[in-house]
Design a protein around this ligand. Sequence first.
Ligand code: HEM
Length: 401
Amino acid sequence: MLSRSQAPVLDDDPFDPEVLVDPYPFHQRMRDAGPVVFLARYGVWAMARHAEVANALSDWETFSSAAGVGLADFRKEPAWRRPSLLLEADPPAHTAVRKPVLHLMTPKTVQGLRAAFEAAAEELGEELVARREFDAVADLAEVYPIRVFADAVGLPEEGRGPLLRYAGMVFNAFGPRNPLFEAAFAEAAPVLEWITAACQRDALAPGGLGAQIWEAVDRGDITADQAPLLVRSLLSAGLDTTIFGLGNAVFCLATNPEQYDLLHADPGLARAAFEESLRYEAPVQTFFRTTTRPVDVEGTVIPSDAKVLLFMGSANRDPRRWGDDANRYDIRRRTPGHLAFGAGIHVCVGQFISRLEGEVVLAALARRARRLDLAADPVAKPNNTLKGFRHLPVRVTAGPS
Ligand code: HEM
């Protein structure tokens, strides 16, 4: 059996901003080096091929989330916030709280949000296409989810400002204490105070997802101590992910005009176009797990108590799974099996909500604009977990054909 010394050792820093904004050459080197590699800089193991990432995500008993899904090990150093009851937990505690949250977000319950989401997408699409040039991040991706998702959760309209700063803290904190981490945590205190207050019962509009989580307390499904943390999970996990995802989808379409032509000809492909962009430019690139026992992965033994970095963004472009054109954006591809939403017991609870957002936004653009082009070079937004853009200037040409 191979031991660590025999596993390929790479010196790269996966959290170097240059790697974060263009990780694909590094991904390929990891995939080609072997099913498991050792990243010497942080003393962690990593998997970048589809089969091994999918297996690890599906084996929570070996690859635990309870020590945190970032580089920090909660059993050895204090967590920066009370750990998430969902993301940073294992069964049985995880199972008990996931059930009531999942119940709110089945494909069927999410249909109840469709009319409001569509109306908001049509209104924004109309305004942006009339402008001809806009920033697909600042004017679209950052605007739409804050409007519709925060409404769905039941946050008051005023004072949503700190949402993005909080999300920036959450996703940068999964990485090392590098400058991205430090910048996200500059002036953290008021943001933390805000999020704590925003998740309380009296701060949430009746009928929203937040209020419905609190109703689970009345039914005895969860405790009053758990409810605000579960509302916090929606606000931490539901915004930046979708914001980066929408920006990435527009980028994919603007840089693959033949794919945009297909979408414009049949806006019914909007959901597929969004799904393929999740595969091709996964907003959530990585999460860690911690091993609970020594585990043999294809002949390499990872010891117990080791941090393992899973590269979903790389798995989504692994030619072993997707074929020789894995690096091609193709909205007619069959995408089931992509890992942008994870897999196994932690698979994204909000996936149907974000799919709905992606679908209605892309359809609203595709129906109104016959061309979509970059108007200037995009500006990437490095983040220790997410991949996407800070600015994405685009130009649209209105008209049916
Ligand atoms: C494009 C948008 C999104 C992406 C790419 C995404 C991605 C992910 C991924 C990869 C995981 C798995 C984490 C793990 O295995 O450790 C996850 C979990 C989660 N997501 Fe999402 N997500 C998105 C949107 C949302 C939305 C809109 C919500 C809220 C409604 C949400 C709430 C959650 C929660 C609460 C978890 C933790 C589930 C658990 O641990 O059981 N996400 N998401």
